[in-house]
Design a protein around this ligand. Structure first.
Ligand SMILES: [Zn+2]
Length: 484
């Protein structure tokens, strides 16, 4: 997901130095070495991501490509010798598939425009949209109401970078502004991209697979700045057309595989990554890489022959790009078992070299993870621990339930170059980075499942609220209805 990534990278909590904690159980280092060896030497991580990227391609929620990839993934878990593999359905409010757009400026000069539909936008009306540009600088209800005379029949241009400067909060204003613009009679709304060379990145401006109230599109950065330069000199007129395929309520599936624990089978670790992707590229790094790490960790742990003390569930989530829909549904469906969920691991930051884990603002988790990182992950370069707390991928709903959450921290130097873009393809993945990431996930999951005691306690609601407040997330989560 990471919809708000560009705007929100600043949310880091400063943590006091750690105290020494429990050393990993004797023998777990040997097992970890075997696991890492299995992944590094005999691994299938690259094969998994190649299939997801080049066999299924873009796996948009509700699409046939997504369904086929879910069936295939379930087969991979079974081929790894895991008996308990299932598809867990969850609802999608609507389905959507992109129709390619044709767009051009018609005045003051004639030229083609780099524009495509946003996700879950309705099609343009018959004959397309044609109108003068109106630049919207304020998302507030009063301002849009006051300006409705100027907005009516026009194409409203939104400068996202400027509008999103208030971080998460602005996102909720953006969602609300859509129906206000519809009411005001706007022909359509267009958001300017922040990426150079008129490269577009796919996303939707809704939390949930909901069709927007009016046509929404994204315009290339240079095209946007051209319009911003021309507007003070007079009217700018554009026209564009696209026919998306939208459908009503549907069902998507999470893919879940479980290795039952030998001593405490009722206690479980969950290791997840989202399987759905956007459609410009082939979803290689977002999030084929994460899925490959989860599949590979499952294969390597199953190959050990002896199950760990506690159970490990491996989950490939659907609906993440539409608002963490699959993992949210899972947390709801398994609410009664959550008290026995010892930790939720997530990987959704691409295939850069692993650096370690983000401990989502929890000092106690950082303290407890330190000996594991130092003794088991240093050789893989994954012994870093970051305090960063985010709610933009599938560890989010486990975190809200108080479960200790860990999000794989990787080198993201080049991630923005491909994130939701046409360049998110297999050729950008360096095998040794992906394989090292898979080894960090496998070794950590096994260590947490094998540990004599739980890594950390579950947090009560008020303690979770404290974390969210510190991270400036509470208002946003309330606004999107996930934190009451
Ligand atoms: Zn993602």
């Amino acid at each position: 997901m990471k919809l708000f990534r560009a705007a929100l990278l600043s949310l880091v909590l400063l943590l006091p130095p750690v105290v020494s904690a429990q050393q990993p159980a004797a023998g777990s280092e040997q097992t970890s070495a075997r696991l890492a060896g299995e992944v590094l030497v005999n691994g299938r991580a690259m094969e998994y991501v190649r299939n997801l990227s080049d066999k299924f391609g873009g796996r948009v929620s509700g699409s046939a490509a997504y369904d086929r990839s879910a069936e295939w993934a379930a087969e991979q878990f079974r081929a790894a010798g895991i008996k308990d593999v299932r598809l867990e359905p969850f609802p999608l409010e609507s389905t959507w598939a992109r129709g390619r757009a044709r767009a051009r400026m018609t005045a003051p000069l004639e030229r083609p425009l780099h524009l495509e539909s946003l996700g879950w936008s309705p099609s343009t009306p018959a004959g397309g949209v044609r109108g003068e540009i109106y630049m919207l600088t304020d998302l507030s209800r009063d301002f849009i109401r006051r300006e409705s005379g100027k907005i009516k029949g026009r194409v409203v241009l939104l400068d996202l970078a400027a509008l999103l400067k208030d971080g998460y909060a602005a996102f909720t204003n953006l969602v609300a502004a859509q129906s206000l613009l519809k009411e005001a009679g706007a022909a359509a709304a267009v958001v300017g991209s922040a990426d150079p060379n008129n490269v577009l990145n796919a996303f939707s401006l809704n939390w949930g697979a909901r069709i927007s109230p009016l046509p929404l599109a994204q315009l290339g950065m240079e095209d946007t700045t051209l319009i911003q330069r021309l507007l003070p000199q007079g009217a700018v007129t554009v026209e564009f057309q696209y026919e998306n395929r939208t459908g009503g309520a549907a069902v998507d599936n999470n893919v879940v595989a479980e290795i039952r624990g030998r001593e405490h089978p009722e206690e479980w670790i969950i290791v997840g990554a989202h399987l759905d992707s956007w459609d410009y590229g082939t979803g290689a790094q977002d999030n084929g890489a994460g899925c490959a790490m989860v599949l590979e960790a499952a294969r390597a742990i199953a190959a050990l022959g002896t199950p760990p003390r506690r159970s490990i569930r491996f989950a490939l989530w659907g609906g993440e790009e539409q608002g963490l829909l699959g993992s949210a549904a899972y947390v709801r469906a398994h609410a009664r078992e959550l008290k026995d969920c010892v930790a939720a691991l997530n990987t959704d930051n691409g295939a850069g070299h692993p650096r370690g884990w983000k401990v989502e603002g929890r000092e106690d988790v950082q303290a407890a993870m330190t000996p594991i990182s130092e003794s088991l992950l240093a050789g893989l370069g994954g012994d870093g621990l970051s305090p960063e707390l985010t709610f933009d991928t599938d560890h989010g709903h486990f975190l809200l339930a108080g479960v200790p959450a860990l999000d794989l921290w990787v080198d993201m130097k080049h991630y923005d170059d491909i994130h939701h873009k046409p360049g998110d393809t297999l050729d950008k993945i360096a095998a040794h980075n992906l394989i090292a990431g898979a080894a960090v996930v496998a070794v950590t999951a096994h260590a947490l499942a094998e540990r004599p005691t739980r890594i950390a306690p579950q947090l009560k609601r008020d303690a979770v609220a404290g974390l969210l407040k510190k991270a400036n997330l509470e208002e946003f989560l309330k606004a999107i209805g996930v934190w009451k």
